[in-house]
Design a protein around this ligand. Sequence first.
Ligand code: GLU
Length: 412
Amino acid sequence: MDNKNIQNPFQNGMAQLDKVTKIKDFSKEFIARLRQPDRDIRISIPVKMDDGSMKIFEGYRVEYNNTLGPYKGGIRYHKDTEINEVKALAFWMTLKCAVAGIPMGGGKGGITVDPKELSKTELEKLSRGWVQKLADILGPKKDVPAPDVNTTPEIMAWMANEYAKITEEETGATFTGKPLDKGGSAGRGSATGLGGFYVFNSLRKQIGLSEKCKIVVQGFGNVGVNVAQSFIENGHKVIAISDSKGGIYNADGLDIEKLGEYKKKNGSLSGFAGSKNLTNKELLETECDLLIPAAFENVITEANAEKIKAKAILELANGPITPEADEILFKKGIPVIPDILANSGGVTVSYFEWDQNLREEHWSEKEVFEKLLPMMNDATQKTFKNAKEYSTDLIRGAFILALERISEKMGY
Ligand code: GLU
């Protein structure tokens, strides 16, 4: 979290791509095309602030590749968000949708802003402003945004409403991650976390982990909280968890629901009954069965990879491990279940939402999860098979799966 921007995440994505081409031959032209987004757009969004002044924010949308379907990917609000981060995230979305086996391409958006510094009215104006500047390129068959870090169902509802006002498009399928009563899908909120659990469970025996694991989670946003809950509901124990301010540890396991209430009241996790405080650095280096980074890029780097004591890692954030750290972990024999597989449950349920909106259907949560599970299992086992076949790590296994699907559709 603190060292988020030490390394350019887009360069990391390209380094991952280069590593894969060393073990499997893909057409040079195809790889050259994947090294560039179809387009990257920067916009300025003027917002009249509550005090009457005007502030101009910088926003982005990167449409990376739409070979498999409309560009798809979330919108991130963060003070450090910049074009290289959005480009990297859009590249990873392209691969993620391909790994998940959904008919969607890859895109990502963002605004450089700390949303905590805005009032609700200002946040709404800013979100609507993003749509006003980009409405021309969005649409159910063109580009379908969704939530990401610091963007919520409520923000998606404002955006969908703004888009409908501008275009008179009525399906609601241009934005996913909407609230349930505004065309959202059942299960979307917990899908990334639950999907991560499905992926882990599909691989659990193959990576030698038991039915009762000790889990450490970095991140207390939607993904961190939901993945922690999913593991606990399935008999595992979350022994440490953190937010941006720091973490807490309890060897007997933490009650995440109570912890959520505690954080709401106290503003931080620190001081929760029966737990001891940890820094984010200590949290990552805690001894455990499974470490789940569920916050930001570049948290496991050359500087701390040697010190990781987890038996395996499940990447729920996008790009939390640098390519150099990946090599170190591979040599240490710590399997890393990569982001483009591990967190693909979120975009898969986004795809379900888009599909339901276009068909004017509404599926129950049970139906959604019943559709999600076999897709996650299939993507996981195909990734594992590739990793075995090429004697490599799961990251390269997942890249190979995605690149084969995209290159075939592109005709290479
Ligand atoms: N922001 C999420 C991701 O990184 C979800 C994207 C979506 O639902 O389109 O996968």
